[in-house]
Write a protein that binds this ligand. Structure first.
Ligand code: HEC
Ligand code: HEC
Ligand code: HEC
Ligand code: HEC
Ligand code: HEC
Length: 146
C-alpha cells in the first residue's frame, strides 16, 4: 500500500543523501534497478549499501544504524515520497517512460541537489495527460487505471 505523497520532507530511518552519492558518480539505475524494465523503479536493498559501507564510514552513527539493519537481515523501512491514494486506482509503469527517453528529473526534479527525501514534482491526472497529449501517448482511462 502506497502512502499519500508528502508535502514536507519525510524523516527517513537513515539520513541518506542523493546529492552525496550522485557526486560519487553513481547512476540512478545502479540503485533503482528496475526503472527501465518494470513498473516499479524499486528501492535498493540494504545489501547494496553494505557493498560500500562495510568499510566506508563504518564508525559513523548513521552507518552503524545501517549495519544493524543488515546484520538483522532487515530492510530499511524508507518513507515513500511519491505515490497516489489507493482509491484513485492508478497504475504508473516506469519502463515505457524510461524507454521513451523521458529523463528521471522531468518527473522527480534534480536529485543531484537533494539532501533529504522530498516531493519535488507533483503528479496529477492533469500533468500525466498534459504530457501524454504532447507525445501523442495514450489517453485511455484503462491504461492508467485499474
Ligand atoms: C546509492 C543508491 C541510490 C542512487 C544512486 C539513487 N538513489 Fe534514489 N533512492 C535511494 C534510496 C535509499 C531512497 C530512499 C530514501 C529516500 O527517499 O531518500 C531513494 C529514493 C528515491 C526517490 C523517492 C521515491 C519515493 O517515492 O519515495 C526518487 C524519486 C529517487 N530516489 C530518484 C533517484 C534518481 C532520479 C536517481 C539518479 C539521478 C537516484 N534516485 C539515484 C537510493 C539511490
Ligand atoms: C513520467 C514520469 C516519471 C519518470 C520519467 C520517472 N518516474 Fe519515478 N515515479 C513516477 C511516479 C508517478 C511515481 C509514483 C508511482 C506510484 O507510486 O504508483 C514514481 C516512483 C518512483 C520511485 C519510488 C519506488 C518505485 O519502486 O517506484 C522511485 C525510486 C523512482 N520513481 C525513481 C525513478 C528513476 C530512477 C527514474 C529514471 C530512471 C524515474 N523514476 C523516472 C514518475 C516518473
Ligand atoms: C559506491 C559506494 C556506496 C554505496 C553503494 C552507498 N554509499 Fe553511502 N557513502 C559512500 C561514500 C563514499 C560516502 C562518503 C563517506 C565520507 O564522507 O566519509 C557515503 C556516505 C553515506 C552516509 C553519510 C555518512 C557520513 O559520514 O555522514 C550515509 C548515511 C550513507 N552513505 C548511506 C548509504 C545508504 C543508505 C546506502 C544504500 C542505499 C549507501 N549509502 C550506498 C559510498 C556509498
Ligand atoms: C513527461 C511526459 C510524461 C508524463 C509526465 C507521463 N507520461 Fe505516461 N507516457 C509518456 C510517453 C511518451 C509514453 C509512451 C511511451 C511509448 O510510446 O512506448 C507514456 C506511456 C504511458 C503508459 C503506457 C501506455 C501503453 O500504451 O501501454 C502508461 C500506463 C502511462 N504512460 C501512465 C502515466 C501516468 C499514470 C502518468 C502520471 C502519473 C504519466 N504517464 C505521466 C509520457 C509521459
Ligand atoms: C495518463 C494517465 C491517466 C489517464 C489516461 C486517466 N487518468 Fe484518471 N487519474 C490519473 C492519476 C495519476 C490520478 C490520481 C491523481 C491524484 O492523486 O491527484 C487520476 C485520478 C482519477 C480519478 C480520481 C479523482 C480523485 O479526486 O481522486 C478519477 C475518477 C479518474 N482519474 C478518472 C479517469 C477517467 C474516467 C479517465 C478516462 C476518461 C482517466 N481518469 C484517464 C491518471 C490518468
Amino acid at each position: 500500500m502506497v502512502a499519500r505523497a508528502a508535502a514536507a520532507p519525510s524523516v527517513q530511518p537513515i539520513a541518506y543523501s542523493h546529492k552525496q552519492h550522485l557526486a560519487l558518480g553513481l547512476e540512478c539505475l545502479d540503485c533503482h534497478s528496475s526503472a527501465d524494465t518494470s513498473a516499479a523503479a524499486t528501492l535498493p536493498s540494504v545489501r547494496k549499501c553494505m557493498l560500500c559501507h562495510a568499510k566506508v564510514a563504518a564508525s559513523n552513527p548513521e552507518i552503524r544504524k545501517l549495519a544493524a539493519f543488515a546484520a538483522n537481515h532487515r530492510e530499511i523501512p524508507w518513507q515513500r515520497v511519491y505515490g497516489f491514494p489507493p482509491e484513485a486506482l492508478v497504475k504508473f509503469p516506469h519502463a515505457p517512460h524510461v524507454r521513451a527517453s523521458i529523463a528521471c528529473d522531468r518527473c522527480h526534479g534534480d536529485m543531484t541537489k537533494a539532501t533529504t527525501a522530498e516531493l519535488q514534482v507533483k503528479h496529477t491526472m492533469g500533468t500525466c495527460l498534459g504530457c501524454h497529449r504532447q507525445y501523442k501517448a495514450t489517453e485511455d482511462c484503462a491504461a492508467c487505471h485499474y
